[in-house]
Design a protein around this ligand. Structure first.
Ligand SMILES: *[C@@H]1O[C@H](CO)[C@@H](O)[C@H](O)[C@H]1NC(C)=O
Ligand SMILES: [Cu+2]
Length: 172
């Protein structure tokens, strides 16, 4: 292949990737509490509601090891801030917890009364990411769930790829 052909192929691959990117799952790392990390005086219920957790994602708990830890428990122990003998405990200060199955997970800090004071996190891990909200289709268009709607969406993506290729050919 000439270098020009190589470039065209590279651009085509890039255009295809961008066109179909929304359909690809990207594993996410969630730093618990964002900038605040794993700490007192933070609403982890609100934080969990503002985030989406999908199988393959990772939770990262960041905190000073002198003051905190991370304990994983079941639902009733979570409600009672109770740490059973067999609970899994993380204490590195930078704990990475892989979310490898769907369903709820419960964590709290076992230091003093930190759990009672709200240093506790419940998340629900989803099987797959829910579809991103789509812009409302015009009234005349068929509903997106119908075969015609899907075809339309595919044609739209195909048109984007063809346009990108045409631009690439013109530029080269
Ligand atoms: C934390 O946020 C949740 C959800 O927004 C809210 O229902 C709850 O009252 C808050 N808790 C505190 C202690 O502010
Ligand atoms: Cu703590």
């Amino acid at each position: 292949m000439t270098s020009k052909q190589t470039l065209v192929v590279a651009i085509a691959v890039a255009a295809l990737t961008i066109a179909f990117l929304p359909g690809l799952a990207v594993a996410m790392e969630h730093v618990v509490g964002d900038d605040k990390g794993w700490a007192l005086d933070f609403n982890y219920t609100a934080w969990a509601e503002a985030n989406q957790f999908v199988i393959g994602d990772t939770l990262v708990f960041e905190y000073g090891i002198a003051g905190h830890d991370v304990v994983e428990v079941g639902g009733p122990d979570f409600l009672a801030c109770n740490q059973p003998e067999n609970a899994v405990v993380w204490s590195s200060g930078e704990d990475r917890v892989a979310l490898h199955k769907a369903g709820p997970r419960w964590f709290f800090c076992s230091t003093d009364q930190h759990c009672e004071r709200g240093m506790k996190l419940k998340i629900t891990v989803l099987e797959t990411a829910p579809p991103a909200p789509q812009p409302k289709p015009p009234l005349v268009a068929p509903p997106p769930s119908s075969p015609a709607g899907k075809l339309g969406a595919c044609l739209g993506e195909a048109a984007a790829v063809v346009t990108a290729l045409a631009v690439a050919m013109l530029v080269l």
